[in-house]
Design a protein around this ligand. Sequence first.
Ligand code: NAP
Length: 246
Amino acid sequence: MPQNLLILGGTTEASSLAHLISKTEFNATISYAGRVERIRQQPIQKRIGGFGGVAGLASYITSNGITHLVDATHPFAAQMSQNAILACQQTNIPLAALTRPQWQKQKADNWHLVPDIKAAAAALDGDPKRVMLAIGRMHLAQFYNNLQHFYLLRLVDKPEVPPAFPNQLIEVSRGPFTTAQDTLLLSNYEIDLIVAKNAGGKAAYAKIEAARQLEIKVIMIERPVIADRLTFYNPEEVVHWISVSG
Ligand code: NAP
């Protein structure tokens, strides 16, 4: 059977793989959850929206003759990654993850590590601060217990219903950002604390470098644990794997 790849996307890694795959003889589809308004143009076919859990993904794999699944979702998209593992087991097709190494704390970094978003929210108890909440838009409500702070929110799209922090500023922009831009942003809004996910990669690292320069503390949310999978860190390795795994 010719190789027919499904890429679970929503990341720069997935886009890089899509571009590389488009130059090969392999058939490939990239899948998006549909969370952002403007989905990037891709040189391969795309589909948008959830599959309907493990059963829905398994059914998609079977009915579309998918031969390989590449989970190139964000490291915090743990539900999708878990579904991918189970659906591949059920349909007996090979799975690989394409991801990025997590950021490592540098000597000059002031990081407070927390295991999840709930713990990050709890770490904000206390006196009012000026916080950059750099966690996307999905879990902002978990911070509603701490309304004493000023929140700078950087979001990919303008929210239809704005978050309900009494003292907030929403910056709508899509990375990648430069360290110079983020240093200016943090200085302009007099930010004294950042809440970030340890996403890894270059696109979102600027704020971490800027925080280091400005000696700003970062509440760093550690990655969710995902079961062991075959894992690659660059798209060329994925293409090689598809070529040799038949
Ligand atoms: P999640 O919690 O792991 O997934 C929740 C549900 O969304 C999944 O069960 C699945 O629905 C659907 N879904 C997720 N990724 C999908 C994909 N690529 N194609 C089709 N359906 C998908 O995911 P999330 O954290 O909300 O992330 C959603 C998307 O945004 C992912 O594609 C991810 O790569 C991207 N993203 C996430 C973050 C983040 O911080 N979490 C940051 C940047 C980009 P069904 O069960 O119905 O199949």
